[in-house]
Design a protein around this ligand. Structure first.
Ligand SMILES: [Zn+2]
Length: 538
């Protein structure tokens, strides 16, 4: 027997069964009642929200031989033909695969002929934004002077890509994403008709994952039914969608708030070991954080966050600083974008979380600026470093403005020292010694984000931890350039080390060349080298 995918089997066939778009359905019904049809409609909205379905129902209603209360009868030959996609009066075109002018020219030719069995000739062009410029121009001419019995329904997920000239000649309807509760109801309705048992939590999870798209929800449901027909359970859905439970994210956030790097690393390793894809995990964390931020800003909506998550955010209200939280979101979003290109995403993920945990307790830039004595520039480099450390640089801030105002206040500097002393106890030094190579890798990653020249000259060097000193051995080859650059950027290296391990360590750069180079090299060669280095650095 033919298996019909659910989205086709349960596609709404009249206005009453269209889900979640009452504003559009009512307007269309009114225009049918009052006989005020437009010649061109533009249906815009994300995929799977009912644009094409609504277009077909509208087309069917317009040509139905026995319309009842503005609904198609679904029994007459015209209705059946539309349902089975073989009506000669309802022409569907996919703009994504028929982008060219030829198809539109054909439309231009055929609009002249009257409909065959219905009152209207209806053209539904899906993904209309994909048409070429020439095709749009040809379409425009038809839209400008359409015969009275022709209706165009254009559908698009990217209305901003549709030329203004087309937009201005169509009546536009913006389709909303379908709410989770509407998607859930729809799924439950289908499962009951199909006689399949389900757990309500499982259905909510599918709805949430579908993110407003009925089609996506039903294709997930198809997949799950195909290997679990007896019961759609929470566990099966969770595994099949690779969904990470909110508890995992809450646990991670707890460790971030407590600046507990040890437990963070263990938890992140757990996540990786469980086999979740990093992409999935970080995407889920991102959504979780964004929802949390919306919630803390006072946004409340039914089924927006689970009860336990709401409870958690309420209990942490006083501990979460919104600036820190925003910064965490920024870092996670950045990681989500970059993660596709990372060679060792698991290591990068660990270092991301360590970084997030040391970003707390930040000073807001407005607080710093309010403490500035604008005439005192002495310590500006100190405060600049501090700001960089704390990741508080607001990119929209004009650099010069910051520099003009920047000057350090002794008090703020000692406050920072306090924070540092407090932090130094956080990470066990023994642990650092034992896993120094892991930490060094993270430090390199961080340096890499700041200045690729420095990280690349550090990558292949021998590095070891000797008491409280990191020794970097540049070896015996010619390394004047590396030597000079590392010397000049020692602050950046030190800061990065501090950011990862919360300890102030000394740095010693060992180089055989250091002492010998002056005697060995020809003066002219030295001059060239210095010039080369200066040019590179400037
Ligand atoms: Zn009919």
């Amino acid at each position: 027997m033919d298996y019909k995918v659910l989205s086709r089997k349960y596609r709404p066939q009249n206005f009453d069964t269209i889900i979640g778009q009452p504003h559009i359905v009512n307007t269309l019904l009114n225009s049918i009642t009052s006989n005020r049809l437009a010649h061109g409609y533009l249906f815009s909205g994300v995929r799977g929200v009912g644009k094409t379905t609504t277009a077909r129902v509208l087309a069917k209603t317009l040509n139905c031989l026995d319309v009842q209360e503005n609904q198609p009868c679904n029994k007459c030959q015209n209705c059946i033909n539309v349902t089975e996609s073989r009506s000669l009066d309802v022409i569907e075109l996919d703009g994504a695969s028929n982008r060219g002018i030829d198809e539109i020219r054909e439309i231009k030719e055929t609009v002249k002929y009257p409909p065959i069995s219905g009152k209207y000739k209806i053209y539904i062009i899906d993904e209309v934004h994909m048409l070429t410029k020439e095709a749009f121009n040809a379409l425009l001419k038809t839209l400008e002077e359409p015969p009275s019995n022709v209706v165009f329904i254009l559908a698009t997920t990217d209305s901003h890509k549709v030329p203004e000239t087309i937009l201005s000649r169509t009546l536009r309807f913006d389709f909303k994403k379908i709410t989770n509760s509407n998607i859930s109801k729809h799924i439950i309705n289908i499962l009951e008709k199909e006689n399949i048992n389900y757990e309500e939590l499982a259905i909510n999870m599918i709805a949430k994952k579908a993110d407003g798209s009925v089609r996506d929800a039903l294709s997930v449901l198809d997949r799950i039914i195909s290997y679990s027909r007896d019961l759609i359970s929470y566990d099966i859905v969770k595994d099949s969608l690779g969904i990470i439970e909110d508890d995992v994210y809450i646990n991670l956030l707890n460790s971030i708030i407590e600046s507990d790097q040890n437990s963070l690393i263990i938890k992140v390793k757990d996540v990786i070991d469980t086999g979740y894809s990093i992409e999935n995990f970080i995407g889920g964390f991102n959504t979780f954080l964004c929802n949390g931020m919306l919630y803390m800003s006072g946004y409340k909506k039914e089924e927006f966050l689970s009860e336990s998550v709401e409870k958690w955010f309420n209990s942490k209200k006083d501990l979460i600083n919104s600036t820190d939280f925003m910064r965490i979101i920024e870092e996670v979003q950045k990681f989500e974008i970059d993660s596709k290109n990372l060679l060792q995403p698991d290591i990068a993920l660990e270092s991301l979380f360590v970084k997030l945990s040391i970003m707390g307790n930040t000073v807001q830039i407005s607080d710093i600026l309010s403490n500035f004595d604008t005439n005192n520039f002495e310590n500006k480099s100190i405060i600049e470093t501090n700001i960089e450390n704390k990741q508080t640089i607001d990119e929209s801030h004009d650099d010069n403005k910051v520099k003009d105002k920047i000057a350090e206040d002794k008090k703020s500097s000692s406050d920072n020292d306090k924070i540092r002393t407090q932090k130094e106890s956080d990470l066990d030094f023994e642990d650092i010694k034992n896993r120094f190579n892991d930490y060094w890798q993270k430090i390199l990653n961080l340096i890499d984000e700041k200045d690729k020249r420095i990280s690349s000259s550090l990558y292949d060097q021998k590095v070891r931890l000797n008491n409280d000193t990191i020794e970097i051995d540049l070896g015996e080859t010619d390394n004047t350039y590396e030597q000079k650059m590392l010397d000049e950027n020692i602050d950046l290296i030190e800061n990065s080390i501090y950011q990862i391990i919360n300890h102030k360590l000394k740095i010693k750069i060992k180089s055989k060349m250091k002492e010998e180079e002056k005697e060995e090299n020809h003066p002219l060669l030295n001059e060239i080298k210095t010039k080369f280095t200066n040019t590179k650095n400037s």
